[in-house]
Design a protein around this ligand. Structure first.
Ligand SMILES: [Ca+2]
Ligand SMILES: [Ca+2]
Ligand SMILES: [Ca+2]
Ligand SMILES: [Ca+2]
Length: 138
């Protein structure tokens, strides 16, 4: 009896996901529309189909402004961004792939806009729901 109820609930949740229902900020479906289910999306509110994560902390570069891995996007991270922005010619000296949020090989104004949004939030992420609290990304 319990098993059939569980199966029904799972089937219902799956049908919502298959129907393409959008749940922005939710743990269900593909809220940011990048084809990666939010359960497994390393930036579940930011479209990043490539799932690029240069520092391997479980938080995609598209939503990871925490360069020094202290769990916060703060002044110390801004200093890292600024250094990379000034020196960040394409793949040149000073290039920091973590500060290159867009992954286009240069740390530029578009990357600053992403960092600024992260700075405003104060924390990186949010990341995949299935592994929350198991990575450095909330
Ligand atoms: Ca995403
Ligand atoms: Ca990362
Ligand atoms: Ca930090
Ligand atoms: Ca870039």
């Amino acid at each position: 009896m319990r098993l059939s109820l569980l199966v029904s609930v799972l089937a219902f949740l799956l049908s919502l996901s298959v129907a393409g229902v959008s749940f922005a900020g939710s743990l269900l479906g593909d809220g940011d529309g990048d084809t990666i289910d939010s359960l497994f999306d390393n930036c579940r509110d930011t479209s990043n189909t490539d799932q690029r994560d240069p520092d391997g902390d479980g938080c995609g570069a598209a939503c990871d402004g925490d360069y020094d891995q202290d769990g916060l996007v703060a002044g110390s991270d801004f200093l890292v961004f600024r250094a990379s922005f000034i020196a960040g010619t394409p793949l040149g000296a000073g290039y920091n792939e973590n500060a290159d949020h867009s992954g286009d090989g240069i740390v530029a104004g578009s990357d600053f806009l992403i960092f600024r949004a992260q700075f405003g939030a104060g924390v990186p992420g949010p990341s995949k729901a299935a592994y929350r609290n198991l990575t450095a990304c909330p």
